[in-house]
Design a protein around this ligand. Structure first.
Ligand code: NAD
Length: 302
């Protein structure tokens, strides 16, 4: 069994660490927020007093942090404090499960490897429900040999583990997936609003589209209008689910990647702007399917 240091025990990291404990691993955790750490301790995580203390006896370090800046700060340290890379034992396996820029993931891996460690990016999809149930999809950027080594460990947190290439490959797959997800949610929302104005019931339109060529996850799992899919957030006042603020963040990462690769994605860029405006206008705490409300509120022609 593996001795794991787990940094970032928030909404996602907390239940992921609990699943590693359940699988028989020794997990030592740290979070800047004391309540997050004590909640993790209740599920069997051993508390550390700092990130450096957490890493002292670890074979593997897992990070689940808000973004790339937090990740690089944690790896590098600062203000006279060593970072995880310097504090870890030689040859430690670093796994970052946060969602960050492809460029930040590659930088983090390069710096960890330069210090003699092994490094993996493994962002996740599936939300808090998937993190709790251990059914996340993990998209993995890693060298071939490191992937074989890390796959069994990742299986304690996820139901589907996909090798997406070398460093940054996991982040690249994640942002491509979410660019499609955001675009399809907006498209499904526009169809329902148009259908309403043409006199179609939500049920009739759902029955057609869910079995015809418009079929997609945004329609059949997270249907943005109440009724057709009783478990979708639309039936629960758009409580997340997958918060619009997180979608806006992921689309910001997609925009960075589009710029870095000189790629023109007209629909993806427009979706990024729509979600950024929705989050800035106060919608960030709602599920991302609440975007249907902004579509309904739009005036004028296309
Ligand atoms: P969160 O804010 O609930 O958790 C992040 C935790 O990191 C917090 O508890 C915070 O205190 C801690 N933290 C930040 N800096 C730290 C540091 N230097 N040392 C120790 N702890 C530190 O966020 P979350 O919802 O758990 O998301 C984590 C990551 O997973 C994000 O990158 C997010 O984009 C991604 N993600 C989230 C979801 C979701 O549905 N919530 C789904 C997929 C991916």
């Amino acid at each position: 069994m593996t001795a794991i240091g787990f940094l970032g025990l928030g909404n996602m990291g907390g239940p992921m660490a609990a699943n590693l404990v359940r699988a028989g691993h020794t997990v030592t955790g740290f979070d800047l927020v004391p309540e997050a750490l004590s909640a993790a301790v209740e599920s069997g995580v051993r508390p550390a007093g700092s990130a450096v203390e957490m890493v002292a006896d670890a074979d593997t370090v897992i990070t689940m942090l808000p973004g790339g800046r937090h990740l690089l700060d944690a790896y590098r340290g600062g203000d006279g404090e060593p970072g995880l890379i310097a504090a870890a034992r030689p040859g430690t396996l670093f796994i970052d499960c946060s969602t960050v820029d492809v460029a930040d993931a590659r930088t983090a891996a390069t710096e960890a490897e330069a210090a003699g460690h092994r490094a993996v990016d493994a962002p996740v999809s599936g939300g808090v429900v998937g993190a709790t149930a251990g059914t996340l999809t993990l998209m993995v950027g890693a060298r071939e040999t490191v992937f074989s080594e890390v796959e069994p460990l990742l299986s304690a947190m996820g139901g589907r583990i996909v090798h997406c290439g070398g460093a940054g490959g996991g982040q690249a797959a994640k942002l491509c997936n979410n660019m499609v997800l955001a675009s399809s949610m907006i498209a499904v929302s526009e169809a329902f609003v148009l259908g309403e104005r043409l006199g179609l019931t939500h049920e009739a339109l759902f029955d057609v589209m869910s079995t015809a060529s418009a079929q997609c996850w945004s329609l059949t799992t997270y249907c943005p209008v109440p009724g057709p899919v009783p478990t979708s957030p639309a039936n629960d006042d758009y409580r997340p689910g997958f918060a619009a603020a997180l979608m806006a963040k992921d689309l910001g990462l997609a925009l960075n990647a589009l710029r870095a690769t000189d790629t023109m994605a007209e629909i993806g860029s427009r979706a990024a702007r729509i979600y950024a405006e929705f989050a800035a206008a106060g919608g960030g705490g709602h599920d991302f399917s609440a975007i249907v409300e902004t579509v309904r509120a739009r005036e004028g022609r296309t």
